[in-house]
Each structure stands twice: as structure tokens, then as C-alpha cells.
Design a protein around this ligand. Structure first.
Ligand code: GUN
Length: 281
């Protein structure tokens, strides 16, 4: 058996095309502020890709490049100005921030209705409460979209999420619960991880550990979603041993080209949704 490849790149392209059409057809004014503090090379690439994606879909982006030494107060002042700017519907502060900045303080300063990353306590609280129309974190929302658009049944299935970060693991678990999966969260302290992962119909791996998941840890016929990204001499690798696990899984996301492209697509979708809500308020 060889698993079906879940092509996140193609799904992301469809979502981006839908957003582009909606913005053009309904003449929606949509603005995203992107704030980058410092010189982190990976962050620069992510920010460049986000800005390009905005241009491609008709979202106006406003980029703010701040020096590594920028004081917390200056960032808070910028966020306050962006919160009060009616041209801006989404605010994204690229993480990680320099160590002298309190990330929690910055995230909680963003107006929840403009928090298109879905990182603030209000939006995560709404997700916890199972509310509709929440600005949910982009990577986990992207996972749900991959499953739905690939016609993979979630309701009633046993989902195991490996990883408990606030950005991916925890929100992924709550989004799966909202779709009526039976959810288990495993993490770095989980004993006998393989026993837990082997019980999954849908296995979502966001552990941040290269090729952690081996063939013997996956149930035959499971759907495997790999959120990991690791740069190696042999190219990008995920948290799952792709070649081996593909032999037992029913379907699997590749790295690259799986979950990665979905994150930006869902950021654009969150920004569009924030703009539409702003218009209707
Ligand atoms: N750093 C890594 N991923 C993300 C993300 O999705 N949003 C932000 N703001 N920073 C990140």
C-alpha cells in the first residue's frame, strides 16, 4: 500500500484563488499590517512570503521593519496606532521577538478583531468555547482545511495530536474536537508514545522533532498530518519518517508542500474574514 499524498500546495492555491476572486468580485478593501522586529533570517523569509501572498490576492500589506534594539514601548505604540487605523483589518507581529520583548504583552495588545494569527487569549478562549467565526491560528486551521477538502471524515474518528504548543498543538486539538473527533494530546513527556499514536485514525504531528514518528507507531490506514519542518543536508524533513510511514498510511502530507503552504493561505483567509466583519460592524 502506498499513501495518497495530501497536496497542501494545491489546496492552498485553490484557497488563495477563492480569496482573490472574492476580494475582486465584492470589491472588498482589505489591509494587513506585518511587523518584523530584528534580523532573524527565517522570519525575514516568512514575512517576505506573506507580503507577496497579499499582493497576489489583492490584500494591501503595510510592512513595518523595526530594529533588533527596538524598545517594547515603541512596538506597543505602533500596535495602538494600527488598532485605530481603519485601513488595517489584520495585524501580524512575526514571532519570535527579540529576548528583551515580552511576546505575551505584545500579542495581548493587538485588538482581538484584528488578531489574524489567532494568538491572543480572547481568540483562543473563543476557540476553547467552540464559538463560530473565530480567528483561529493559521496552521491548525490549515490542517482542518486539508482534511475537509480531501474528503477525510473527522467526526467520530480518533485523533491524536503530538505536541502541545499554543500555536499548533493545543488549537489543533480544539479544532478537531469542534469537528467531533475524539482527541488525545501527546507530548514530550508522554510515556509509550507509540502506543498512543498507533491508536489514531488521524495523526497530527507537531512535535518539532525530526522524523520522530516511525512506521511502527502508525496504524494501518491512518491519515497522517506532518507539521514539522527541519532543514537538513538532504533537504527539508518533517516530524514523520515519510517514506516508511507512507507504506502504512492511507494518506499523508509531504514536507515540503503539505501543511506549510496552508499557513499563509489561512492567514489571508483570516484577514479577509476580519475585513468583512469590520465592514459589517
Ligand atoms: N512565527 C512562526 N510561525 C508564525 C506565525 O504563524 N505567525 C507569527 N506571527 N509568527 C510566526
Amino acid at each position: 500500500m502506498s499513501a495518497k499524498i495530501l497536496d497542501g500546495k494545491a489546496i492552498a492555491a485553490s484557497i488563495r484563488a477563492e480569496i482573490k476572486d472574492e476580494i475582486a468580485n465584492d470589491d472588498i478593501k482589505c489591509g494587513l499590517a506585518v511587523v518584523l522586529v530584528g534580523e532573524d533570517e527565517a522570519s525575514k523569509v516568512y514575512v517576505r512570503n506573506k507580503i507577496k501572498a497579499c499582493a497576489d490576492t489583492g490584500i494591501k500589506s503595510y510592512a513595518y521593519y523595526l530594529q533588533q534594539s527596538t524598545e517594547e514601548d515603541e512596538i506597543l505604540q505602533l500596535i495602538d496606532a494600527l488598532n485605530n487605523d481603519s485601513n488595517i483589518h489584520g495585524i501580524l507581529v512575526q514571532m519570535p521577538l527579540p529576548s528583551h520583548i515580552n511576546e505575551k504583552k505584545i500579542i495581548s495588545a493587538i485588538d482581538p478583531s484584528k488578531d489574524v494569527d489567532g494568538f491572543c487569549a480572547i481568540n483562543l478562549g473563543k476557540l476553547f468555547l467552540g464559538e463560530k467565526d473565530v480567528l483561529a491560528p493559521c496552521t491548525p486551521s490549515g490542517i482542518i482545511e486539508i482534511l475537509k477538502r480531501s474528503n477525510i471524515e473527522i467526526s467520530g474518528k480518533r485523533a491524536v495530536v503530538v505536541g502541545r504548543s499554543n500555536i499548533v498543538g493545543k488549537p489543533a486539538a480544539f479544532l478537531m474536537l469542534k469537528e467531533n473527533a475524539t482527541v488525545t494530546i501527546a507530548h514530550s513527556k508522554t510515556q509509550d508514545l507509540g502506543l498512543i499514536t498507533s491508536s489514531a485514525d488521524i495523526l497530527i504531528v507537531a512535535a518539532g522533532k525530526q522524523e520522530l514518528i516511525t512506521q511502527n507507531m502508525v496504524k494501518k490506514g491512518a491519515v497522517v498530518i506532518d507539521v514539522g519542518i527541519h532543514r537538513t543536508e538532504n533537504g527539508l524533513k518533517g516530524d514523520v519518517q515519510f517514506d516508511e510511514v507512507s507504506k502504512v498510511a492511507q494518506a499523508i502530507t509531504p514536507v515540503p508542500g503539505g501543511v506549510g503552504p496552508m499557513t499563509i493561505a489561512m492567514l489571508l483567509k483570516n484577514t479577509l474574514n476580519a475585513a468583512k466583519k469590520f465592514k459589517s460592524v
